[in-house]
Design a protein around this ligand. Structure first.
Ligand code: HEM
Length: 304
């Protein structure tokens, strides 16, 4: 039995304190808007309305991982791209993507155990021994951190790929069904901070940078599917599939406006990774199945 949605959110609160106002994950961020248009390949690979090639409105949130709305923009953590698609027929599809191809927990149980191991004690610090024991018995939980340690952070929210991480099943126009993972590839190219820039840029430059950039012209991402080959594990989000898997570009996301300040329509949205039947279905990844319900619980706690 996976942990109940409330128990999952309680575990975040055990580490962060009660959730008020801010989301417990990627609390720092800004809201933006734009649109998405599928390619003909997108329509071929999925019968979901988002991929019909019509213009789909998008509410977009760029975020920074961590526990605090004052998290540092130069931290070697993930940045995020969350999207709510709204088709002209009234269909809605939410997703949250991160700037790493892998997640820090293989299952919801592991996520909760990792959080609880990091609960602060009476001195305000986690029990180092509890953390050590957790890491020792859950080595998969260290993979994302090692991936992030090997690269410097993105120079801009516009210059990193964002991976959906969890696998989905795309159901196409000819009835075919394929296991995929997706990545939003920056049309501007991938650009990371140099070690020197990491020292010089300060901890709070991403929001102004993206506002300036979008004021000069749209920021774009190509949504690219990666197709599983026999033997690829679609249930373990701590392991990436090899880079040479076949790919297809299924659409382009265009960011055309960024909120001038904090807040905006994103505050009332929990970007749950949802399916979009009949064209996009869940895989058997246990973290995927465990996401929507606690996201809703979290939203209700931070907006009560
Ligand atoms: C067991 C699995 C997971 C659980 C229980 C979980 C839980 C949560 C919760 C409670 C929130 C806050 C929601 C809100 O208040 O609106 C959140 C946000 C988020 N999660 Fe997860 N998560 C899981 C897996 C993942 C994975 C695999 C990814 C990687 C793509 C991910 C990326 C994000 C991002 C980017 C946000 C912030 C989105 C935004 O800007 O609003 N999560 N998560």
């Amino acid at each position: 039995e996976p942990p109940a949605p409330e128990a999952i959110v309680d575990a975040f609160e055990a580490v962060l304190g009660p959730i008020t106002t801010y989301r417990p994950s990627h609390p720092k961020g800004i809201c933006a808007s734009g649109h998405f248009v599928a390619t003909p390949d997108g329509a071929r690979h999925s019968v979901a309305p988002v991929f019909d090639g019509q213009r789909v409105e998008a509410i977009i949130r760029f975020g920074v991982a961590g526990a605090s709305p004052r998290a540092s923009d130069v931290a070697r953590s993930t940045r995020s791209l969350a999207i709510r698609f709204e088709t002209s027929q009234g269909d809605q599809w939410d997703m949250a993507n991160i700037s790493a191809p892998i997640f820090g927990a293989r299952t919801p149980e592991m996520l909760v155990a990792g959080l609880l191991a990091r609960r602060p004690g009476p001195n305000g610090q986690p029990d180092a021994e509890a953390v050590r024991r957790f890491v020792e018995s859950n080595p998969e939980s260290t993979r994302q951190g090692r991936w992030l340690a090997a690269v410097t952070p993105p120079a801009s929210w516009a210059t990193t790929p964002y991976w959906g991480v969890d696998a989905f099943r795309f159901k196409g126009a000819e009835g075919q069904e394929r296991l995929v993972r997706w990545v939003f590839e920056p049309v501007a190219g991938t650009q990371r901070l140099s070690e020197e820039e990491m020292r010089a840029r300060g901890t709070d430059f991403l929001a102004e940078e993206i506002r300036r950039r979008v004021a000069q012209g749209p920021v774009e991402f190509d949504m690219v599917l990666q197709f599983a080959q026999p033997g690829d594990d679609a249930t373990d989000p701590t392991v990436a599939w090899p880079d040479d898997r076949p790919r297809a570009t299924v659409g382009r996301l265009t960011v055309t406006a960024v909120e001038a300040g904090a807040g905006g329509p994103c505050d009332g949205i929990s970007f749950m990774n949802l399916d979009m039947e009949p064209g996009v279905a869940f895989s058997d990844d246990p973290t995927l199945h465990a996401r929507a319900a606690p996201y809703a619980v979290s939203l209700s706690r931070r907006t009560r």
